[in-house]
Design a protein around this ligand. Structure first.
Ligand SMILES: Cc1cc2nc3c(=O)[nH]c(=O)nc-3n(C[C@H](O)[C@H](O)[C@H](O)COP(=O)(O)OP(=O)(O)OC[C@H]3O[C@@H](n4cnc5c(N)ncnc54)[C@H](O)[C@@H]3O)c2cc1C
Ligand code: FES
Ligand code: FES
Length: 493
């Protein structure tokens, strides 16, 4: 029998909740049910961070503390975690070190953003790192919008709090928390609700495969950083939800000398170090994906499965000859990532089928990677144009080219005419760069929307072709980039 409760730890105690609308968000449960109103609602779409709370989970025998946007996290996703909110940090009259630093540095004015900022810094102070740099602090706070204080005192508070190594009450009771987590390690499935409206959280992949086939009309969620918005902003009448986040096997990263594989439960945060090791541009893109809260919850495969033409990862993975593995019941099949996207909102996935994992092929020695994300802001912004280049150079000639764009068509797509125009040509010849940019005109007919006009998209995309090839030819990135300067450049004669 599956367990019929969402079960988690709150203030050192196990809590079991059975009567719950499956699409209730964690924020609504905290504010409307538990009446913990310290956590605020600002945008209700994952952008402002006012609703940030921390989920502690056991991973590889250790406690990890991750900030999440409670406004778009569905309540059922806290199953098996400890939920920590701003009310839980102070002990009687003694503020937590993060709160003290915020007070001492005058880092709050109206205070609306403050609980979210405190929780992001609380998670950062538990990141396990002894030395936290200013850029790590900036990154940790990129998803927390403060409209009135200004970030200087907030960053000062962050530096002060994160350089204080003294343990807090959560460290003191870590062993007890780990013991409590053992209760949730069982292989029982979770099913809360009835046949018409439910939140299901299978513990094994066989149960997931069974449920997805039995309820092909249910909405599958991984991090819910997309689906959460359908609920809070689109008011989608979703009744059946299947969450894959309890299946440990799906949270696996597998690496060989030539490949990398991410399971459906692997978050952006978990994937980042592996991707960063492929090339420094992957590190840059991984660090600019949404905010820390989005990278903690959102998954790599969710970014593929949603089929968005402007997702960050699809073009980057297409150039790595990625394949996705789909499963329906006991049957599995592999599909090349570029064939997975058929047309706008249409993918090569049947009802009852789900994505299990994605396999990427690592570039070889002669391959040169360049990735460019064009947005209005550096952080917390979805691209107007996303571009990815993998150019193979042998003896000064381009022998292979894989170029893919997002934001230029209804799906993420290869620029095949551009590839053909540069293959066989000398990388250092400006005429090669110009021919590539010219050919892009026959690859795409972009649309205008609120992010960018068609003309802008085409212009910027053509410039990116020149920029990528110029950098690979050896033009220093200080003359092609403002951020994400590269340490190395191809300079073969
Ligand atoms: C504030 C904010 C900032 C963001 N910034 C970025 C950004 O910078 N770049 C970017 O590309 N995106 C961004 N996103 C979008 C989103 O975070 C990503 O697309 C994310 O990767 C989605 O993953 P998820 O696990 O949360 O997906 P979910 O919301 O859980 O699911 C998304 C879709 O995929 C389906 N799905 C999920 N997993 C599977 C599976 N294994 N098999 C089949 N179907 C599945 C779901 O049914 C749903 O249709 C942002 C979102 C927010 C709210
Ligand atoms: S309320 Fe703005 S991120 Fe949640
Ligand atoms: S203190 Fe007012 S929004 Fe930050």
């Amino acid at each position: 029998m599956p367990r019929s409760t969402i079960s988690f730890i709150r203030r050192g105690q196990r809590v079991d909740v059975s009567n719950i609308d499956p699409k209730t968000t964690l924020l609504d449960w905290l504010r409307l049910q538990e009446r913990s109103t310290g956590t605020k609602e600002g945008c209700a779409e994952g952008d402002c961070g006012a609703c940030t709370v921390v989920l502690a989970r056991e991973r590889d025998g250790k406690l990890v503390y991750e900030p999440v946007n409670a406004c778009i996290l569905l309540f059922g996703q806290v199953d098996g975690a400890e939920v920590i909110t701003v009310e839980d940090l102070a002990q009687s009259d003694e503020l937590h070190k993060v709160q003290k630093a915020m007070v001492q540095n005058h880092a709050s004015q109206c205070g609306f953003c403050t609980p979210g900022i405190v929780m992001s810094l609380f998670a950062l102070s538990h990141s396990g790192s002894q030395t936290i740099s200013r850029s790590e602090i900036n990154s940790a706070l990129a998803g927390n919008l403060c409209r009135c204080t200004g970030y200087r005192p907030i960053i000062d508070a962050a530096i002060e709090a994160c350089s204080d190594p003294s343990p807090d009450q959560f460290d003191a009771r870590a062993q007890h928390t780990l013991e409590l987590f053992k209760q949730f390690r069982s292989l029982e499935d979770v099913f809360v609700g009835n046949e018409d409206a439910f939140f299901a959280a299978p513990a094994a992949e066989s149960s997931l495969a069974f449920l997805v086939q039995k309820y092909p009309d249910a909405t599958l969620i991984a991090g819910a950083t997309d689906v959460g918005l359908w609920i809070t902003k689109g008011l989608a009448p979703i009744k059946k939800l299947i969450w894959l986040g309890r299946i440990r096997g799906l949270a696996a990263v597998e690496e060989t000398e030539t490949t990398l594989s991410f399971g459906a439960g692997v978050s952006h945060d978990m994937a980042a170090p592996y991707l960063g090791a492929i090339d420094q541009d992957f590190k840059e893109i991984a660090g600019r994906f949404g905010s820390q809260q989005v990278r903690t919850s959102g998954t790599v495969l969710g970014n593929i499965a949603n089929g968005s033409p402007i997702g960050d990862w699809p073009p980057c993975f297409i150039i790595l000859d990625a394949e996705v593995e789909l499963r329906a019941g006991l049957a599995t099949r592999m599909v090349a990532l570029e064939d997975y996207f058929i047309a706008y909102k249409q993918q090569n996935r049947q009802p009852g089928e789900y994505l299990r994992r994605i396999i990427l092929k690592k570039p070889s020695e002669n391959d040169h990677i360049r990735l460019f994300k064009i947005t209005k802001r550096r952080d917390e912004d979805i691209s107007a144009v996303m571009s990815a280049f993998r150019i193979t150079i042998e003896e000064g000639l381009i022998t292979k080219a894989l170029i893919a764009f997002g934001g230029m068509a209804g799906i993420p797509k290869r620029a095949r005419a551009t590839e053909a125009a540069i293959i066989g040509q000398p990388i250092k010849d400006i005429a090669t760069w110009r021919a590539g940019a010219e050919a892009l005109l026959s690859d795409f007919t972009p649309l205008s929307d609120h992010r960018a006009s068609a003309d802008y998209r085409m212009r910027v995309a053509r410039n990116l072709v020149i920029k990528a090839l110029a950098e690979i030819a050896g033009v220093p990135s200080s003359s092609t980039r403002i951020v994400g300067l590269r340490e190395t450049a191809y300079a073969a004669e």
